[in-house]
Write a protein that binds this ligand. Structure first.
Ligand code: AMP
Ligand code: MG
Length: 332
């Protein structure tokens, strides 16, 4: 008698528990303006409150990175470096040291296409105010653009610029870095399916519950349009484009991706997308490939196992790295 009653009620209890946990599992998301761009986090969570708390933590981490690395905030560590490191070695924190070190290794790998000292000229542009430097003022600062001017001393934890005019800006790598930190927070909090996006940099955790995530590559000349949708799981993707921050004057498009050789906006590309295992690297590489151009950019990515690229050149033609051969239009 006892068994007859308790077994079914136990089963019912189990079923109800299971049902409530499945019923309350859901996609949660939030979008906020941070780091001069739009940050979006989406997670699958079986507990709404906990899921929302995790998203809040990711947003807080993004703000922390912005406070540390923004070149526009007068009290950021990066601004302090820019103000002082031209005249004396400046103590810096481990985190900034590591990211600058990573930037320097990407500079070497890309033969200087990626160079955070582009900022020596970059600071003379203001895309909102439609301001760009004159040829004469560019000529003066060009000698200051060279990543080899940056001297990191790991032992003493200092940075020094060997050229007085050097300024640095981590805009080509910091968003991807922040995205990776966001994904680390999701993992630490037992989230298994999610995405963290900051502007053109995204990283995906897991899949979309049994299906891949589809991440779009924007049409560089149509704000609403996409040129491709890529199926992805457990991967990062970054796009650099000449449509993000720009203005036009006398038929010239002034935008935020600068050739370290000339101090001018790169004029032979529309967008460069790089896929790979982590967003810090895909972010730096998408900027690099944009500066390198289609031919050199594809050669670089084809020699990096685990990375792929999709390029849209000045003519609007799409070009793919070797791993994408099957995706290329049959007519190409
Ligand atoms: P992304 O959208 O990732 O390509 O980043 C573009 C940002 O990278 C710009 O807004 C600049 O802050 C920075 N940047 C521009 N040109 C370069 C360059 N040649 N090397 C490194 N960073 C750059
Ligand atoms: Mg980038």
């Amino acid at each position: 008698m006892f068994l007859k009653q308790t077994v079914p009620s136990f089963l019912i209890f189990l079923a109800v528990m299971l049902w409530t946990s499945v019923a309350s599992a859901q996609w949660l998301s939030d979008e906020q303006a941070i780091m001069g761009t739009s940050v979006r986090v989406e997670v699958w969570s079986d507990n709404k409150t906990k899921g929302q708390q995790v998203i809040t933590k990711v947003m807080a981490e993004m703000r922390r990175i912005d406070r540390l690395m923004s070149p526009f905030k007068t009290d950021s560590e990066l601004t302090k470096i820019n103000n002082l490191a031209g005249s004396q070695p400046v103590k810096i924190g481990q985190e900034l040291m590591n990211l600058i070190d990573k930037s320097l290794s990407i500079s070497k790998k890309t033969k200087g296409a990626f160079d955070i000292t582009f900022a020596s000229a970059g600071f003379m542009y203001d895309f909102r105010q439609k301001k760009h430097p004159s040829q004469a003022s560019l000529k003066k600062v060009l000698p200051s653009i060279n990543y080899r001017h940056i001297q990191l001393n790991r032992k003493k934890q200092t940075i020094f610029f060997k050229n007085k005019g050097v300024k640095i800006d981590l805009g080509g790598i910091a968003k991807g870095y922040a995205v990776d930190l966001g994904i680390a927070i999701l993992k630490k909090n037992n989230i298994q399916h999610g995405i963290v996006t900051a502007g053109g940099d995204s990283r995906i955790l897991g899949d979309r519950k049994g299906r891949p995530w589809f991440v779009g590559i924007r049409d560089p000349r149509n704000r609403q349009g996409l040129v491709a949708k890529l199926p992805m799981r457990d991967e990062a993707i970054s796009t650099s484009g000449d449509y993000e921050r720009f203005f036009e004057e006398n038929g010239v498009r002034y935008h935020h991706i600068i050739s370290p050789k000339t101090g001018k906006s790169v004029d032979y590309m529309r967008s460069a997308t790089v896929l790979g295992p982590d967003a810090t690297t895909t972010d730096a590489l998408s900027t690099s490939v944009f500066v390198l151009g289609a031919r050199k950019g594809l050669t670089l990515i084809n020699n990096m196992p685990g990375f792929e690229a999709v390029i849209i050149n000045k003519q609007g033609t799409m070009l793919y790295s070797n791993g994408f051969e099957n995706l290329a239009p049959a007519t190409n």
